[in-house]
Design a protein around this ligand. Structure first.
Ligand code: PLP
Length: 389
């Protein structure tokens, strides 16, 4: 017996090796500061947990619920988009409920493309985008996100042949791993390009709530005409610290939404209804918890960046997400610096090359612990003496 070719071709879980090493170091009794992962460290707000507890008491909660999600949840999604972004969304045709956005991102190429079709993906980028490519049997081209372009794609650098054959483009702002954000001007340019070359756009808005310096990240759907050519995926994982609950949604073009719903009709029945009720409580409840979450990440970012500057590490402060993207010092690669930090300073980070070729020369740090510990990590790195002060 053997695995299918598709399964064999799935990208290796790049970070599994790192996680193994970090866990081994912790088992060995070392005081590792683990900044390598992307798991929110704060608890889910109480009112959301209480909504789940109440919903679980419903004697009907064990039943299959509507395949395509509770209408009440889709209405809450529409109210959320109206309130947060002033975007009108039709709950019946423009919203699909997802089992976390990871599932949606991986399924979308299967929904929209045929074997051999071309997809465009960011490099560096969220590694799971590539799993969707392999499972759909499609081709892909990577476009670089470079520091000199503020980690936005330079569409002029993509050949018109590639643009003419591409069918699907993935974008993600605020960006994992670079912490970059996009503005409406960039999204406007994207919609124009997509219309000209007949490309469908998926904007991954996983960190949509997390923008710093008083600037709220913009939704792709705020641009006129975005819904003609695209879809946005949003997760509750980061905005409400609900990563383990597995709930997200796609909003946008009705044909894309129908395609997602069709594939999900075959893959799943419905998300646990009590989780859907809790998601309604999250989206339609008091958003003070989100303001607090953003303020917490911003103050961690400030403490972290200040500490880096003090040891002579030339870092650019991330504008959004909960990641910092830092250049490795001369003489190191992403991987060798990551190994060195774990071995010599008991600090775990994610090597940038795990996010693509253009991630080489960087490491990613998750701002997912309290300020004192983040600063301690930087001080440990400073003690290694690899930065000029
Ligand atoms: N997109 C990006 C850029 C992410 O970083 C993540 C998770 O880390 C996801 C999507 C998936 O989130 P979830 O499946 O929890 O909705």
């Amino acid at each position: 017996m053997d695995y299918s070719e598709k399964l064999k071709n799935l990208p290796t879980q790049f970070f599994a090796n790192l996680v193994g090493k970090v866990n081994k170091a912790i088992e060995d009794g070392r005081d590792v500061i683990n900044l390598g992962q992307g798991n929110p460290d704060q608890p889910t707000p109480k009112h959301i947990v209480q909504a789940l507890q109440k919903a679980v008491e419903d004697p009907d909660t064990h039943k299959y619920s509507p395949f395509r999600g509770l209408l009440e949840l889709k209405e809450a999604v529409c109210d959320f988009y109206k309130k947060e972004y002033d975007v009108d969304v039709d709950p019946a045709h423009e919203v699909a409920i997802l089992f976390g956005t990871k599932a949606g991102l991986i399924e979308l190429p299967m929904c929209l493309l045929n074997p051999g079709d071309l997809m465009l993906l960011p490099d560096p980028g969220y590694p799971d985008y590539l799993s969707g490519v392999v499972l759909a049997g499609v081709e892909y081209d990577l476009f670089p996100l470079k520091a000199e372009n503020h980690f936005l794609p330079d569409y002029n650098a993509i050949s018109s042949d590639v643009l003419d054959s591409a069918k699907l483009l993935y974008l993600n702002y605020p960006n994992n791993p670079t912490g970059a954000v996009a503005n409406l001007g960039f999204f406007n340019q994207t919609v124009k390009l997509a219309k000209k070359h007949e490309i469908t756009v998926m904007h991954d808005f996983a960190y949509g709530a997390i923008g710093f310096d008083g600037k709220k990240p913009v939704s792709f759907l705020q641009v006129d005409g975005a819904k003609d050519i695209g879809v946005e995926m949003y997760t509750l994982s980061k905005t409400y610290n609900m990563a383990g609950w597995r709930v997200g949604f796609a909003v946008g073009n009705p044909t894309i939404i129908e395609a997602i719903n069709l594939i999900q009709d075959h893959l799943y029945v419905s998300l646990f209804p009590a989780v859907q009720k809790a998601a309604i409580a999250a989206l339609s409840g008091d958003q003070t918890c989100v303001k607090e979450l953003v303020a917490r990440y911003e103050s961690r970012r400030n403490a972290f960046v200040d500490a880096c500057k003090q040891i002579g590490w030339d870092v650019t402060a991330p504008k959004g997400s909960f990641f910092a993207w830092l250049p490795v010092p001369d003489g190191f690669t992403s991987q060798s610096f990551t190994d060195y930090l774990l071995d010599a300073a008991d600090v775990a980070v994610a090597p940038g090359n795990g996010f693509g070729k253009y991630g080489e020369g960087f490491i990613r740090v998750g701002l997912l612990m309290d300020e004192a510990r983040l600063v301690e990590a930087v001080q440990r790195i400073g003690n290694l003496g690899v930065f000029k002060n």
